[in-house]
Write a protein that binds this ligand. Structure first.
Ligand SMILES: Nc1nc2c(c(=O)[nH]1)N[C@H]1C(S)=C(S)[C@@H](COP(=O)(O)OP(=O)(O)OC[C@H]3O[C@@H](n4cnc5c(=O)[nH]c(N)nc54)[C@H](O)[C@@H]3O)O[C@H]1N2
Ligand SMILES: Nc1nc2c(c(=O)[nH]1)N[C@H]1C(S)=C(S)[C@@H](COP(=O)(O)OP(=O)(O)OC[C@H]3O[C@@H](n4cnc5c(=O)[nH]c(N)nc54)[C@H](O)[C@@H]3O)O[C@H]1N2
Ligand SMILES: [Mo]
Length: 761
């Protein structure tokens, strides 16, 4: 029986609106941190836990992937990091009694917020075929059941192994090894919905799919452009870095359809200026762009730079860098010069004068960094947009020298590390060669399925087993109804999880919940307490040690689950010492050191406080491991989302009180919205044109070339200073509107930031 996700819980969803704020953090952030942490864990545990957060002997924040600065503060965390920790370190528990009381049909009626608030999972649970309730079972029985289902497949490609980006390096390495020993590269991950476009564009142009800057570079930059990112909510510790850069003289430009409070002004809760003073103004120039207008903006900037160089040869471009290190300049320049200002205006909605002002700032700036996140990666033309950002930086040699470079700001705390460990459906031949050599087996060579392909695969009956290492696949993926129906075709769905979520109630014929330790929990194995390692957004790898008493005595770590499952599943095929891996994670690290470049002496290096940096050829020595051996300029045709008359372009984004599909609360404080999430932010002139008023209810109906109607009912209108024609509403409530086949070219990322909609009263 297919039940739809509950539309809303009226008692919990009565949004009120006030004025959007113009500064982030400060005292209110401290107040909220304390309230939330104390409510979930009680005050003593809250204090003990938060003091261990991001400290050299403590655990890595399970929030975002922003790097830790040198540890000068005892409280090195932010409001939203504390919320992420409180969510995990909560004292609430759900065991067999809970599942006896609540049928799956009952749970399917609950909101994602309610599900998450019930507490930590404690016991392996099985939803048997035809059963109405989950029932407890032993770890042995649970893992045996998965092993048998995997062994019963006709081909290994009937299994899909999803990963969300919190999984440690050790667990990720073991997990991908299990999948490949089994014989499949079906290793989709949250990155497929997140920064895949950045990876695709950067590998092609610079040869490495990661950011090229460190925190130190940020502090030294003259100009920092923050495009398509809301750090005040999603990477709050980035604001301290921007503040420091600013105080060292940097100019900050933000490019966004929304005036985000965190980028306007930052009140650093770690100093008096921030707590009681006015804080620091961050943004010097705000370009309120149209959704999807960034390619046009960077093309226009590149045109202006090329024209300025023509007028004053030798003064604008870094000719020596271009000649020595780059390929494709002539083709790129010819294309850039064909840029049509009328098209730029239509795509960006910006006055020419603002783009010229930014071009002037660029000319005056020796060292430039561009930071971005989902506002750039989740469009149809995201890959060409990011390639154009690279063109922009290459023109003045802003890659591979101090204070300059590319800074894609990652989401999940170890999403970058998971990819480094081989969680990827399209692994390189070099990686597979090294893996095969180390473990004496022949890894599968055929590419596997990414997230969108996995959903199609399930829909088309090609997948028998869906296994998730964390995450909430059903709620995070696009086209909710399609994804939910796809999930239900599986023989078995398995979730290794810390908290209950929607993916546990939309299941295959049988389903398992395997509860696991989180980042904050003490992880004790045969050789003693274990540490794990993670890689942040700037390629620094460091250790993380959980300290809290686990929520239940027999919870297994992610590593233990993988190792035990592998031993049961692989049989004679197996060539891996899983028991040793399980007993001491340093045994896994020894193998990683031999397979993955940059990890030599891994076990020794993680003792360095603050961790160690992975090699990054463009940053370290201006060498570019691309197909041409140079940094590639690229030709990116002008394009922007097309919005028919009477329609709006919708972006689906995060509120201040959520972590992806985990809802912490119902407020979006900086945007002045409280007590509810089912809101659509509209420009007042658009609202007037469509004849809707503040507080009125509308259905959001998405229109896509397949002609299928996708509807998200009853959203309350909030008048908001967003760019004209550009609406905004929260994810995951609006995932139902994102068509499965509407994805970015090359990266196949769902276009969550450009959905054409109409409003219906
Ligand atoms: N507290 C908290 N922290 C998080 C998360 C969370 O949910 N909560 N999620 C984590 C994850 S997985 C990720 S990936 C990151 C996400 O971090 P962000 O990318 O900051 O998250 P979004 O809320 O999707 O915000 C997108 C921003 O881009 C802007 N934008 C949208 N479209 C465009 C566009 O076309 N052009 C431009 N220039 N701007 C645009 C939006 O107005 C918004 O400011 O955060 C991570 N950190
Ligand atoms: N419309 C729209 N859709 C989007 C986006 C968008 O902007 N708009 N953003 C996309 C992005 S950027 C991302 S990254 C994805 C996120 O997709 P996911 O990573 O799949 O989703 P999360 O909501 O982060 O997953 C939360 C669940 O992870 C589990 N969990 C938490 N910690 C741990 C742990 O330590 N171990 C294990 N095993 N489980 C744990 C908990 O059970 C929790 O319920 O969503 C994408 N979807
Ligand atoms: Mo993400």
């Amino acid at each position: 029986m297919a039940r739809k996700a509950p539309v809303t819980d009226p008692a919990q969803d009565a949004p009120k609106t006030g004025e959007p704020q113009h500064a982030a953090a400060g005292l209110p952030a401290l107040k909220h941190t304390t309230q939330i942490a104390a409510a979930q864990m009680g005050l003593p545990r809250a204090v003990k836990t938060l003091l261990k957060l991001n400290q050299p002997d403590g655990f890595d924040c399970p929030g975002c992937a922003w790097p830790e600065p040198d540890h000068t503060h005892t409280a090195e965390f932010c409001e939203n990091g504390a919320k992420a920790v409180a969510e995990e370190a909560t004292l609430r528990r759900i065991g067999p009694e809970f599942f006896a009381e609540h049928s799956v049909a009952d749970l399917a009626e609950r909101s994602g917020y309610w599900l998450g608030q019930q507490g930590r999972l404690t016991t392996p649970m099985l939803l048997d075929e035809g059963a109405t309730h989950y029932t407890p079972l032993s770890w042995d029985d649970a893992l045996q059941l998965v092993a048998e289902e995997l062994q019963a497949m006709e081909t290994p490609d009937q299994a899909v192994f999803y990963t969300s980006g919190r999984t440690s390096n050790e667990a990720a390495f073991a997990y991908q090894l299990l999948a490949r020993q089994l014989g499949t590269n079906n290793l989709p991950d949250c990155s497929n919905m997140c920064h895949e476009s950045s990876g695709s564009a950067l590998v092609e142009t610079l040869g490495v799919g990661k950011g090229s800057v460190s925190l130190k570079d940020l502090y030294q930059a003259d100009l920092i452009i923050v495009a398509g990112q809301n750090p005040g909510t999603n990477h709050p510790r980035m604001l301290s870095a921007l503040e420091r850069a600013k105080r060292a003289g940097a100019t900050i430009v933000s490019v966004n359809p929304l005036p985000e409070a965190g980028l306007e002004r930052f009140k650093n809760p770690q100093n008096a200026r921030g707590l009681v003073g006015g804080g620091t103004k961050l943004t010097d120039l705000f370009l309120q762009i149209r959704l999807g207008g960034d390619l046009a903006l960077f093309r226009a900037l590149n045109l202006l730079l090329l024209e300025a160089e023509e007028k004053a040869p030798g003064t604008v471009l870094d000719r020596a860098f271009i000649e020595q290190h780059c390929a494709g300049f002539e083709e790129f320049a010819a294309e850039a010069k064909s840029t049509d200002w009328a098209e730029v205006r239509a795509a960006t909605g910006l006055p020419d004068s603002q783009i010229q002002e930014l071009a002037e700032l660029v000319r005056k700036s020796e060292k430039i960094i561009v930071c971005w996140a989902m506002g750039l990666t989740q469009h149809k033309h995201s890959v060409p947009t990011i390639r154009e950002v690279v063109n922009f930086l290459l023109l003045r040699g802003n890659v591979g020298r101090p204070g300059a470079g590319v800074c894609p700001v990652r989401g999940h705390s170890n999403v970058q590390g998971d990819r480094t460990m081989g969680i990827f459906e399209r692994p390189s031949a070099a990686f597979l060669d090294a893996l095969g050599k180390e473990f004496h087996f022949e890894p599968p060579r055929e590419h596997g399925m990414d997230v969108v392909q996995s959903i199609r695969g399930m829909r088309d009956g090609k997948v028998r087993v869906f296994f998730a290492m964390g995450g909430n696949f059903v709620a995070a993926s696009p086209d909710t109804e399609v994804t939910e129906a796809a999930m239900r075709t599986c023989r078995l769905t398995v979730h290794v999880s810390t908290k209950l979520n929607r993916s546990h109630v939309v299941t295959g014929a049988r389903a398992l919940i395997l509860p696991t330790l989180g980042r904050t929990d003490l992880d004790r194995q045969a050789s003693g307490p274990q540490q794990v390692t993670v890689e942040d957004s700037m390629g620094i790898v460091h250790a993380s040690r959980g300290a809290l008493k686990p929520p239940a005595p027999d919870l297994l770590s992610e590593v233990a689950i993988v190792c035990r499952l592998a031993r049961r599943t692989l049989g004679p095929k197996n060539t891996v010492p899983w028991e040793d891996f399980n007993a001491s994670y340093s045994n896994i690290r020894d193998r990683i050191a031999r397979v993955i470049p940059g990890f030599d002496d891994y076990n020794a290096k993680i003792r360095t406080p603050g961790g160690f940096a992975l090699p990054h050829a463009p940053r370290d020595n201006r060498s570019f491991p691309t197909t041409t051996g140079k940094a590639n300029f690229t030709v990116n045709a002008m394009t922007a989302p097309e919005v028919p008359e009477g329609r709006l372009l919708l972006q689906t984004l995060r509120s201040h009180d959520q972590y992806n599909t985990t809802i912490y609360g119902l407020d979006d404080r900086y945007r002045g919205i409280t007590g509810g999430r089912r809101v659509v932010l509209l420009n007042a002139e658009d609202a007037a044109e469509f004849g809707v008023a503040e507080g009125e209810f509308v259905d959001l109906v998405s229109e896509w070339q397949d002609g299928v109607e996708r509807r998200a009912p009853r959203f309350r209108v909030v008048l908001y200073p967003t760019t004209r024609g550009c609406a905004a509403a929260y994810y995951p409530e609006t995932n139902v509107l994102v068509p499965l086949d509407s994805t970015a070219e090359t990266s196949n990322t769902p276009t969550s930031k450009s959905v054409v909609i109409r409003l219906e009263k």
